[in-house]
Design a protein around this ligand. Structure first.
Ligand SMILES: [Zn+2]
Length: 418
């Protein structure tokens, strides 16, 4: 049980209030709250928002920041990333994940949907940093049948081991993508998840060529192919979904699949940018935001992802009303909680105490006519002052415990990969 925390005089939804955190939840939101023995945070000159939820990333890819610049996806993945990833070990993933957590705290994220290797090392890093995460065992066989039995054994063992993880990290199944995993293993992974009530995290229709290949091989788009295999359901989180036609859209809506938009990665690897946000929303599909890994998007900054998402939606649709501020906030907070089935991403009594405190006593928030507009379009993540996850203060006044040690270790270790 942590200390109870009282946040005094903080700006929340355009008015000043006090927020009492008890254990890991938001206990009360009101005016003039008192609490004896509480740790007090002075909220004057500050505003509070839910911690951001990064719905698609590969945390330890912070180790590969800048490794494959100006390359298109297939070349980048097959010739740069996958050869480097052969050299990963527990120590690298542990420190790479810690660096990712450090960056997420500095930029206001409290919860992330991960997909990477060396699962136990990643979970140890996240647990020590105190964030919330979804950690999948990732299935990726590249059509090699000799790997099937090993993958099945490893996955079952990982699931057993995950029962000791504690409440902040949740086990899931990662199916890398329909083009990189054999049909038999896609179905096996999907059934493994269904039988145990687990989330499935996959990449879907990230590039146009992926769709063309799928139609050539299966006679179906990747979405229709996965649906034929019985994979799609409300437990599926599909990242990218850039090349989605009307038929795919109807399938995703009918199956209750959640989608993740990753605009900076999409733009940088030139996968496309015409994410059909309005159509997803109007079909009743839960849309969320992610950064993707640092090897493609170079950072894990959700505020930057929000700003780019809105600008690109407005631009390609030639519609200034596209992706308005309130919906953009939901995409990066509330919708993530809904997609992952966790009572977070909102500031209300009874919700988990996953909170980000913003400095507003600076030029970017002056005048503060519209706080959310200032946050998204005017400020950058240096405005993130304090981050609380599960009722514990993980960053206070921009200080994160162990920051120097993390940077030293990554600088010492990354050369092993190159
Ligand atoms: Zn990805």
């Amino acid at each position: 049980m942590g200390n109870n925390i009282l946040i005094k005089d903080i700006l929340f939804n355009n008015s000043k209030c006090d927020i009492l955190l008890k254990d890991n939840k938001i206990e009360k939101i009101s005016q003039s709250l008192q609490c004896s023995g509480c740790e007090v945070i002075d909220g004057r000159g500050k505003a509070i928002i839910p911690g951001f939820i990064n719905m698609h990333t590969h945390a330890a890819m912070t180790l590969m920041r800048g490794v494959g610049e100006d390359m298109e996806l297939k070349d980048w993945l097959y010739n740069k990333i996958w050869p480097i990833e052969q050299k990963l070990d527990d120590e690298l993933v542990y420190w790479g994940t810690k660096l990712a957590c450090l960056e997420m705290l500095k930029t206001g994220t409290t919860f992330f949907n991960d997909q990477y290797w060396n699962l136990e090392a990643a979970v140890r890093a996240v647990s020590e940093m105190g964030l919330r995460s979804i950690q999948p065992y990732v299935i990726l066989d590249l059509g090699d049948k000799s790997k099937f039995e090993t993958i099945k054994k490893e996955c079952s063992l990982a699931w057993e081991n995950s029962k000791k993880w504690g409440s902040l990290n949740t086990f899931a199944i990662g199916i890398h993508a329909p083009y990189s995993v054999s049909e038999e293993m896609i179905v096996w992974g999907s059934n493994f998840a269904k039988e145990r009530n687990l989330l499935v995290h996959l990449h879907l229709s990230e590039t146009e060529s992926e769709n063309q290949d799928s139609i050539a091989i299966h006679g179906l788009t990747p979405t229709a192919y996965l649906d034929k295999l019985g994979v799609l359901g409300p437990n599926v989180i599909a990242a990218h979904c850039l090349w989605i036609d009307n038929n795919d859209m109807a399938i995703l809506a009918k199956r209750g699949v959640k989608v993740v938009h990753n605009i900076n990665s999409n733009l940088k690897i030139a996968s496309g940018y015409k994410f059909r946000y309005n159509e997803f929303r109007d079909s009743g599909i839960v849309v969320t935001l992610g950064t993707d890994g640092c090897a493609s998007s170079n950072n894990l900054d959700m505020l930057e992802a929000m700003k780019t998402s809105a600008l690109v939606q407005k631009g390609w649709r030639r519609d200034a009303t596209a992706l308005p501020i309130n919906e953009l906030m939901d995409l990066s907070t509330k919708n993530g909680g809904v997609a992952l089935g966790v009572n977070t991403g909102v500031i209300k009594e009874g919700a988990l105490a996953d909170l980000t405190i913003i400095d507003i006593d600076n030029y970017a928030f002056t005048p503060n006519i519209n706080f959310y507009a200032n946050l998204i379009y005017s400020a950058n993540s240096s405005c993130v002052n304090t981050v609380i996850c599960d009722g514990k203060i993980l960053m206070r006044e921009r200080v994160v415990k162990g920051e120097d040690e993390i940077i030293e270790n990554v600088n010492r270790l990354f050369k092993k990969l190159l």
